[in-house]
Design a protein around this ligand. Structure first.
Ligand code: PGA
Length: 250
């Protein structure tokens, strides 16, 4: 059985005081709510150290939103995988559409980062997803297949089984437009099939596939009940304890 995983992507939000209030609130709410789901928060780099300390010895796990693939070197402005593990980071989001769109992250670069994550004991959350034009042109599956083929090059079946793949249709991110539960479920099923064809049935059975894109308390239950959806990657609604908890407990 795959444990569902709800991850909050805080993007470029929260100063230290806000991050502290958010994690403390989450800790308190989780202590009362009890959930079988795994809960992850991904603050900006500046909040990671504080959030890792606050989440230490709790069930909350911490992820980064990006990283470099080298462990050190002359890469001004970058953060190494070893720097993340040093803080206690467990996950890293890689290939988010905002990274692909605004910062030029390519499938090839993302593949290097995924390998570096595994080499340093960090679990990658690989984001894939189509634009509105691609969906309307019926190119959704072909596009996601190619993101998976290129992003997962040279990984082992065992590694792929351990990772998380987030299906995030670009047109649903931060727009308030959610894919219907059926649309989301259909693509996640196709992603699992693609993983099976590339890495075999065991990897496909083990890999956890999230849906992301305007997930909120009101639509989470239906989305999370789809057979091939094992969790959610949540942006806007992860910035308030109440909103995030509504998804975690949906
Ligand atoms: P959203 O963002 O929930 O605000 O749509 C999701 C994401 O970008 O991961």
């Amino acid at each position: 059985m795959r444990q569902q995983i709800i991850a909050g992507n805080w993007k470029m939000h929260t100063n230290l005081a806000e991050a502290t209030i958010l994690v403390e609130g989450l800790k308190k709410a989780l202590a009362e709510a009890k959930t079988e789901r795994e809960v992850v928060v991904c603050p900006p780099f500046t909040g990671l150290s504080t959030v890792c300390d606050l989440a230490d010895e709790t069930t909350i796990r911490v992820g980064a939103q990006n990283m470099h693939y080298e462990v050190s070197g002359a890469f001004t402005g970058e953060v190494a995988p070893t720097m993340l593990t040093d803080l206690g980071c467990h996950y890293v989001i890689l290939g988010h559409s905002e990274r692909r769109q605004y910062f030029g992250d390519t499938d090839e670069l993302i593949n290097k980062k995924i390998k570096a994550a595994f080499a340093n004991d960090i679990v990658p959350i690989l984001c894939v997803g189509e634009s509105l034009e691609q969906r309307e042109a019926n190119e959704t599956q072909a596009f996601i297949d190619s993101q998976l083929e290129q992003g997962l090059v040279d990984l082992t079946a065992e590694q792929v089984g351990q990772m998380v793949i987030a299906y995030e249709p670009i047109w649903a991110i931060g727009t308030g437009k959610t894919a219907t539960a059926e649309q989301a479920g259909e693509v996640c099923t196709a992603i699992r099939k693609k993983v099976a064809s590339l890495f075999g049935a065991d990897a496909a059975e083990a890999v956890r596939i999230q849906y992301g894109g305007s997930v909120k308390g009101s639509n989470a239950k239906e989305i999370l009940s789809q057979a091939d959806i094992d969790g959610a990657l949540v942006g806007g609604a992860s910035l308030k304890v109440e909103d995030f908890m509504a998804i975690i407990t949906a």
